[in-house]
Design a protein around this ligand. Structure first.
Ligand code: HPA
Length: 274
């Protein structure tokens, strides 16, 4: 029995999961506006769901769950996420994908902001995440078997479905955007990287660095969900203008572009990618 039983029952009683969602979408920093594309059937603030921790209330992180019609498919849209740098536990960082899977979603689409490491990844660029490096120092699967149905020693090879990565890049093309592919490294934060850390990340094979997403992907894969991820480069990692304000501003400024790519991606689901 999942230890999320009460939370899921609460949500089902309010109509969540009544229709099987085609996908779950987690909207990261500054991308909240994309939620407006979802015609809501049911909506609830995370804080209203018993058992879920209260979000820390950082500016730019409105936290609520909507289920409804998103570009023609039924979707769960998570606006806002839990971050390790806010002090949430590894278990809490895995809650959103567990709710998504518990409500019937088999595909998780994650979005985030990141700092560019590879030359050519500049503020405003879009990145399809091909793989990750977990440098957060925590793993949401620690503490199993409390997560029922999850593999404790979950394989992470191919975590970001290559066909879905191709689909994201193709969707970007249809939306008139170019999208690079690359490896996302997750650090705990909240401090940004030193110049030496950026060099170390590059040497390890990271193309971009951020402070989220990876725990969600680990849980989703352990639960057997398909995953893909889209990152907006908001700054060059380690540059002197790294700031949370810059991340949010870039997110807000580019949310509409991200939305158009996601729209094409969703409309292309189930169709050949090229
Ligand atoms: N480092 C870590 N996380 C980030 C960055 C960065 O440069 N930009 C946006 N999120």
């Amino acid at each position: 029995m999942s230890d999320l039983g009460p939370e899921l029952s609460f949500l089902r009683d309010r109509g969540f999961g009544a229709a099987v969602p085609t996908l779950a979408l987690i909207l990261g920093s500054g991308f909240g506006a994309i939620e407006a594309a979802c015609e809501p059937q049911v909506r609830i603030d995370y804080v209203e769901i018993p058992g879920l921790p209260a979000p820390s209330g950082l500016p730019g992180h409105v936290c609520r769950l909507t289920q409804g019609c998103l570009w023609g498919v039924n979707a769960l849209v998570f606006r806002g996420r839990y971050h390790g740098y806010e002090g949430f536990t590894a278990r809490e960082l895995g809650l959103l994908p567990r709710l998504a899977q518990g409500l019937g979603a088999s595909l998780l689409v994650v979005t985030n902001a990141s700092g560019g490491i590879r030359p050519g990844l500049e503020a405003g660029n879009l990145l399809a995440i091909t793989d990750h490096i977990n440098l957060m120092g925590l793993n949401p699967l620690v503490g199993l078997p409390r997560i029922s149905g999850a593999a404790r020693f979950a394989p992470m090879a191919g975590a970001y479905d290559p066909a879905l990565v191709d689909a994201l890049v193709a969707a970007a093309g249809r939306a008139g955007e170019s999208m690079q592919r690359g490896v996302y490294a997750a650090v705990l934060g909240p401090s940004f990287e030193t110049a030496a850390e950026v060099r170390a990340l590059a040497a390890q094979g990271a193309d971009a660095v951020g402070m989220s997403t990876v725990p969600e992907v680990i849980v989703a894969r352990a639960l057997g969900m398909s995953v893909c991820g889209l990152s907006l480069i908001t700054n060059r990692a380690g540059s002197s203008d790294d700031s949370h304000d810059q991340t949010l501003r870039q997110g807000n400024d580019n949310a509409a572009r991200l939305g158009r790519v996601l729209e094409q991606f969703v409309k292309g689901l189930g169709q050949p990618f090229n």
